[in-house]
Design a protein around this ligand. Structure first.
Ligand SMILES: Cc1cc2nc3c(=O)[nH]c(=O)nc-3n(C[C@H](O)[C@H](O)[C@H](O)COP(=O)(O)OP(=O)(O)OC[C@H]3O[C@@H](n4cnc5c(N)ncnc54)[C@H](O)[C@@H]3O)c2cc1C
Length: 430
């Protein structure tokens, strides 16, 4: 009598419970023969920060994950404005033509998190587990050590632990993260209160000075977000910057924005004491691979591309990563040696394009200022606005990761990604 012996399950440990980690767990839990757990350092999932954009790319992946219907609140951001922060002159207006099925919204970060959490079985998440180190066990997988003294093993470790990734540090111990010079202060305030100061604060818009801006956007029926951002010389200020999402006093925030219109300054003053959070933006270089240790490590989200929210869509990118990783594993029947190169093949060029875009924009902005000779503050403000908005970014904000996946597997037969990649398993999970 033939005995059916089921192959052993692939043990996957996801480190980090941000949008990338949660999406990875949701996607992996639909792949046959995978046992997945998520380790999160905090005792509960916290989501610091205020608002988050949900563009078409993010809606697309939320639909693929089956989460889109659970995200029910948010403010449509179809009109986007830029102003001179000194005098309120409108510098640009963009009416976003909706080409996709769902409207672009700005919502609270906690809303996205709770939508994702509704789709994760609670027993998949282990809280209070801060990863301290990884050890390569060769053919026996990877050992994960936690700061509480415990440890665990896995066949695949997914680094979803954000920009200061401990998982990334294992294969790339000298990865250099640097303060970019940009600091962001974020808080929420009632829409009515902001509207009473200036009705334009109720439309998604940026108010600029040469080295700073103040951003207003509704995030729900009753609440708006204020995100105030300043760029300082990183050489001078780097030493005091390592913080992320910590409370700061109103005075310290207001001191950076004294050159703005009185109503902008008043809006900043209206933030309740203790509500401001400060975020110092750090960034690191492009990686040559998103996988390591003989296909036993994969990086997703901010861990894989340390860009500090440069495009305001990093949660979407992180979730796309998790979804692609799960499809790749499903496609190759959990064969890591084939699935991880495929994941890399799809996601690495995407991040390379982002780094190239940022380098190009920074070059163009510098060139524009050089052409202006001795630019006035007004010139510098205009250069900022034009420099920020001039490029077609549909490849990013309308990215349809489901289509990218389909196109990739259609061409796989003609262009094998490396000699080790063979045929897919017979049937794919839907
Ligand atoms: C100012 C700003 C504005 C932004 N605006 C937007 C926006 O509008 N839209 C958008 O899509 N994105 C936006 N982003 C980017 C977005 O916030 C990030 O790209 C996104 O949160 C990345 O998700 P992630 O899951 O990779 O990492 P994170 O969200 O950073 O989550 C990492 C998780 O890992 C946990 N962790 C860390 N270290 C360990 C460890 N050693 N062990 C265990 N757990 C650990 C953390 O506690 C956390 O839960 C913005 C970013 C910034 C800075």
């Amino acid at each position: 009598m033939a005995i059916d012996i089921a192959p052993p399950k692939l043990k996957v440990a996801v480190v980090g419970g941000g949008p990338g980690g949660l999406a990875t767990v949701i996607a992996l839990s639909k792949v046959p023969n995978i046992e997945v757990v998520l380790y999160e350092k905090d005792k509960i999932l916290r989501e610091v920060g205020a608002g988050i954009n949900i563009d078409q790319n993010t809606w697309n992946v939320l639909e693929l994950l089956g989460v889109a219907q659970s995200l029910t609140t948010g403010h449509p951001t179809t009109t986007v404005l830029n102003f001179d922060g000194r005098n309120g002159e409108e510098l640009s207006r963009r009416e976003l033509n909706e080409t996709g099925k769902r409207t672009r919204i700005r919502t609270q970060r906690t809303e996205l998190q709770s939508a994702l959490l509704q789709h994760v079985k609670p027993n998949f998440i282990h809280y209070g587990k801060k990863l301290s180190a990884l050890h390569d066990l060769g053919s026996s997988g990877i050992r994960l050590d936690f700061t509480d003294g415990s440890s665990s093993t896995a066949d695949l470790v997914v680094g979803a632990d954000g920009i200061r990734s401990v998982v990334r540090d294992a294969p790339w111990p000298t990865y250099p993260l640097k303060y970019t010079g940009t600091t962001i202060w974020r808080a929420l305030l009632s829409r009515d209160e902001l509207r009473s100061l200036d009705p334009r604060f109720d439309i998604t818009g940026w108010w600029h000075l040469p080295t700073s801006h103040v951003y207003f956007s509704p995030v729900s029926e009753g609440l708006s977000e204020i995100a105030a951002r300043e760029h300082q010389d990183p050489e001078i200020h780097a030493a005091s910057k390592s913080i992320w999402g910590v409370p700061v006093t109103n005075e310290s925030v207001e001191s950076h924005f004294s050159g703005y219109l009185p109503q902008v300054q008043e809006a900043l003053r209206r933030i309740p004491d203790g509500a401001w959070r400060e975020f110092a933006a750090f960034a690191g270089p492009e990686l040559s691979s998103l996988t390591a240790w003989d296909d036993k490590i994969a990086l997703v989200g901010d861990a894989s591309h340390a860009l500090s929210g440069a495009f305001g869509s990093g949660a979407g990118f992180a979730m796309e990563d998790g979804w692609v990783l799960a499809q790749s594993l499903a496609y190759f029947g959990n064969d890591l040696g084939k699935a991880l190169p495929l994941f890399n093949k799809i996601r690495l060029p995407y991040y390379a394009r982002m780094y190239a875009h940022l380098a190009e924009m920074s070059f163009k902005r510098a060139e524009k200022l050089r052409d202006l000779g001795t630019p006035s503050d007004g010139d510098k403000i205009k250069a900022k606005v034009i420099g920020d908005g001039g490029k077609d970014m549909k490849w990013m904000y309308e990215n349809n990761i489901g289509k990218v996946w389909e196109e990739t597997i259609r061409t796989l037969a003609c262009e094998p990604i490396d000699s080790g990649v063979g045929s897919p398993v017979e049937s794919l999970p839907t």
